[in-house]
Design a protein around this ligand. Sequence first.
Ligand code: ARG
Length: 480
Amino acid sequence: MARAVKSGRTARAKAGKRRSPLVGGLIGLGPAAALARINASLDFDRRLYAQDIAASQAHAAMLGQQGIIPAGDVTKIAAGLARIRGEIEAGDFTFDPALEDIHMAVEARLAELIGPAAGRLHTARSRNDQVATDFRLWVRDALDHLDGSLRDLQTALIDKAESHADAVMPGFTHLQPAQPVTLGHLLLAYVEMLGRDRGRIADARRRLNESPLGSGALAGTSFPIDRKRTAKALGFDRPTANSIDGVSDRDFALEFLAAGAIVAVHLSRLGEEIVLWTSPMFGYARLSETFSTGSSIMPQKRNPDGAELVRGKAGRLFGALTGMLTVMKGLPLAYNKDLQEDKEPVFGAADTLDLCLSVMTGMVGDLTFDRARMRQAADEGHLTATDLADWLVRSLGLPFRDAYRVAGRLVGRAEAKGCRLDELTLAEMRMEEKRITADVFSALDVNRAVAGRKSEGGTAPASVRRAVAEARRRFLGKRS
Ligand code: ARG
């Protein structure tokens, strides 16, 4: 045993000596190169270039205004930064990983372009307040973009809900047929979820919208800066109140990821509905060829890959959130390099949400529902059993619990006979409760059962039509 362990170790040690660089891997980098690699963020934080340049423009203008740097240098800096933005957008900018991050890369290029004046830009600033500012600006844009995508999906859902305000289908609890509902009503349930998502985004945006610029490395600065001026120039509501918090807080990223994770929960539930509805076992809906794929071996298949992937991608969002929470927990104040790990999960989450929402909005518009099949399904599973119990309460004055028992026995009779509740004869009904009259059959009519649920927020087509108009007003800012 001991010998086996020892020889195993020897084998590994030998293999270690013979290790060759992995294809595309990093094994074999010397210590200095490995540190440079782990330290560099330019590969991903180049996505902050526009925010970095905007924040530098605001900072330089403020420095000039306050007489901290000469006006002539501000002009040179502004022109140089504008040119760099142009170079990056034209694909003419060389991102040199030796420059570590986007902030250094932009500043180094500025020095090449305008010479020593470039060295004045970083007066009264640190990369710590710089990155905190850039990243807030980026996440603010991402929140706005996400809100717009959610609104688009709400629009698609509301349009479908309007077309199917009166399409009767089984409503489920425990995935067991429960009571008949309208498809429009069900689709509007998702509109509500997305509406709350948008509310979370608006809340997060409001808290995010303070400027950390001017916090310096952590303690502020002895230069006479005007933080209100830079905050205003960048569209922030005000400067952050505490410089230590300003450079070290990433709540805004956590809130973006948390709101995004809840969006992903909602999208994955809708994805699951689409998977079920389009399964031939349900047969409620079909996706066109644009939104379904075939199988390489089973010619009859129409797979809802888009819906499945939206369901599956939720895992990435949850991973991004838990990853970021883990990076943040226990970090002492103020800035720590761990914070550089904030960007990739946020970028990844934003990209994933964008993709999932485009696919989902496309799928919702694409779905065609088989209303006849859904209506037929609503005839199965004794969905009007509750309505039968309600009739016994209303017409015979039975306490609901007694009515429930009578209705349960009638369901048993129908099951034994292999028929629907409304196919039982009046005589059979009376065997369970002799006061039942022929009027009971009105309660067993599925369409009437649905139309009768007119309570606020209920499933009746008339209520759904009203809810559609309300949803347009509440979420899309439209009168209708
Ligand atoms: N690339 C860094 C980040 O993303 C920028 C801030 C670096 N600050 C520092 N003191 N090393 O967090």
